[in-house]
Design a protein around this ligand. Structure first.
Ligand code: ADP
Length: 287
């Protein structure tokens, strides 16, 4: 019961409004207004234990960089048992203003430039969409990318029968040659990890907020490359980003390899409609 959980965080008032919020593809989401305040609430009936703890931890790590805003998390269920799991957070309401994308670019770049752990990866596994994302600490970024990013998606694609012979050979070849392309020791940045246009929103006075992260420590170019897969980020965003953290000149050369990870995730989540994009990238690096 949502009321019980709200009591748990000190809100004993009654719920005045509960409205579904669309936009996410994983959980059911609601706007809830009580006598005290407004909340954004996510509910999941099938999630594994710890599912929302991972999201809360990601938001907290981003918050701790003091560079870019995230909604405050008030409550999350740790363990599902037979019950649905709930995440309760601050409701963010606002409209984009003329400076929102400028702030988003500068603040994301500041988060990336702030550094973080000395190594690549993360100390806990996470989720990318609904898929399990294994992690670990690595001293070599290319090794992390091969072992924790490409290989797990390769394995899922094999299980789902989405890896035909040609795709399989090319992806194996690219994984073997990854060191030729990716930097071994790029600057370590905290990354949101799932930054498409739907994972940032504008709050009061147009202030940008990151939502729904899948964090890791890694090459900032990995984050930037995903922003370009589905669009939704303006030229202002990119130019302001570069004022704070310039993109290395090899960005264009390796961008498709970073995008390949997200396209494999989409191939695995949504099917062959993403197969052509995967194959075009594999062809570029293996022929
Ligand atoms: P899912 O985990 O299901 O993908 P999201 O976290 O992406 O869900 O949230 C779904 C939608 O709800 C977002 O696209 C956004 O528009 C809105 N939203 C997310 N967090 C908040 C918030 N804290 N306040 C207001 N709206 C939010």
């Amino acid at each position: 019961m949502i009321e019980e959980k709200l009591k748990h965080i000190g809100d004993n008032t009654s719920i005045q409004t509960k409205t579904p919020v669309s936009g996410g593809d994983i959980n059911q989401a609601y706007y809830i207004q009580t006598g005290k305040q407004a909340y954004f609430i996510k509910v999941n009936r099938q999630a594994e234990s710890g599912f929302f703890q991972v999201e809360a931890n990601g938001l907290e790590r981003i918050r701790s960089t003091q560079t870019i805003a995230v909604p405050e998390v008030y409550y999350f269920d740790q363990s599902s048992g037979d019950q649905e799991m709930t995440l309760i957070m601050e409701w963010i309401q606002g409209e984009k203003t003329a400076t929102t994308e400028q702030q988003l670019g500068e603040q994301l770049a500041s988060m990336h430039a702030a550094g973080g752990s000395g190594q690549y990866g993360l100390d806990q596994s996470t989720y990318v969409g609904k898929l399990h994302q294994p992690n670990g600490w690595y001293t070599d970024w290319a090794d992390y990318f091969r072992e924790c990013r490409l290989q797990p998606q390769f394995d899922i694609a094999v299980q789902l029968n989405r890896m035909n012979q040609n795709r399989r050979m090319k992806l194996e070849k690219l994984m073997d040659n990854l060191d030729k392309y990716l930097p071994k020791q790029p600057q370590v940045s905290l990354l949101h990890g799932d930054l498409w246009g739907g994972n940032w929103i504008a709050g009061q006075a147009g202030k940008p907020y990151l939502i729904d992260p899948s964090i890791l420590y890694g090459d900032h170019l990995f984050e930037l490359s995903f922003t370009e897969v589905f669009g939704g980020f303006s030229n202002t965003f990119y130019s302001q980003y570069q004022n704070v953290f310039p993109l290395e000149d090899y960005y264009e050369e390796i961008k498709p390899i970073y995008q390949l990870f997200y396209l494999l995730v989409h191939l695995n989540m949504f099917g062959e409609v993403y197969g052509g994009s995967v194959d075009r990238i594999l062809k570029r690096y293996t022929s």
